[in-house]
Design a protein around this ligand. Sequence first.
Ligand code: GLN
Length: 486
Amino acid sequence: MIYKSLTELGTALAARKISSVELSRLFLERIRRLNPLLNAFITVDEEKTLAAAKIADERLAAGDAHPLTGIPLAQKDIFCAQGWKTTCGSKMLENFTAPYDATVVERLEREAGMVSLGKANMDEFAMGSSNETSCFGPVSNPWDTTRVPGGSSGGSAAAVAAYLAPAATGTDTGGSIRQPAALCGLTGIKPTYGLVSRYGMIAFASSLDQGGVIAHRAEDCALVLSAMTGFDAKDSTSLDRPAEDHARNLEAPLKGLRIGLPKEFFGEGANAEVMAAVEAAIGQYRKLGAETVEVTLPNSRLAVPAYYVIAPAEASSNLSRFDGVRYGYRAPEYADLTDMYKKSRSQGFGAEVKRRILIGTYVLSHGYYDAYYLQAQRIRRLIAGDFAEAFKVCDVLLGPTSPTTAFKQGEKSADPVEMYLSDIYTIAVNLAGLPGLSLPCGFDAQGLPIGLQLIGNYFEEARILNAAHGFQQATDWHVRQPAMAA
Ligand code: GLN
């Protein structure tokens, strides 16, 4: 059961071959056994999970179920879920129990009837590429527990890769769905900015943050994404578009699909094994009838520097609310009000979060705003323009997701810039607000998964999911399992 696709699970539940309570118990038992090795979950609450599964079973019995009703999932701990501890991986929110549901939680759990297995570990406030900045400790990669799962949705990815959950939510500000999906051998999609409501999703960089899903297969992602997206009046950046079925195009043949290969993604950035797997994937796509065309994204080399001005600027503003007064960690001892703010924020935030707040405050300050923030916004516009040009001659863009496979824990933590470069292929997509997906396309000599990135034009989720599904019908990278899965 635990290896089945979401469609198969839905069919089994609808036919009453298994109940949601039984299915949830299978995953809870694996979590109990394997989570100590992985640290993929921050909070597990078996009673809550089983109570939700029981409600799902009643819905199934009453015949008023959604195709996802009764299917378990892991929720990244950035999404507020009523009654659940919601920490965002930070000591600042260590004791925060959300009084309301994020729209994503409401849609997936209350409306579609999916069952939460718990809150997945993550980098603190989603800042990181390795899931080593969580105040609840690092997450291990199920393919090699001495290595990182990627970040910031590292707990979500590790949980799915080890079959502790059949799917998980994630968020992606600069790569945090696609990069951990790549490093854990999974499929993950970040939709067009504005498609998934940010209401109740703790804000990092509001103009870049977007919720999405990590699962084994493109078809699984399409189902969950369809239940997540849609207009929400509670998020001012939510796009007012009719609801859509992102799975509608899955089975379309790939013949004639025009794949753009950005010259900048095939230069020096990635290691040789990653590039060899990406090249082999291109060969596979040609076999499936796709055509390739070389394109150029001349400003993409500016994406990481622009992102590390814009994202910290927005973070410094978003995180100013954590002052130890209304909620959040408050230092036990302090002299006066200013001292209380200082001590609460110094003790409540970890090093990476503080670094971002300092950078962000600096680039927004008087005299530097024009030189840094405004300049970065101009670069952002140029990057979006590059993509617009490229999509005139192709339907999707293809390249590596991450320059390397999973690296060792501790390997990059002393060098922030080295860590930031993990996202050289993913960040431009967030700056432009485009949909992006990562899917498995091979393994390196050490048996670590390699990810392939597909980028679509705005609102072309169905097309990149179709391109990923077509590839997965012809290959089996996405169903290979780490030894731990047995
Ligand atoms: N690794 C990037 C960062 O640290 C992206 C994180 C994310 O997408 N949330 O900002």
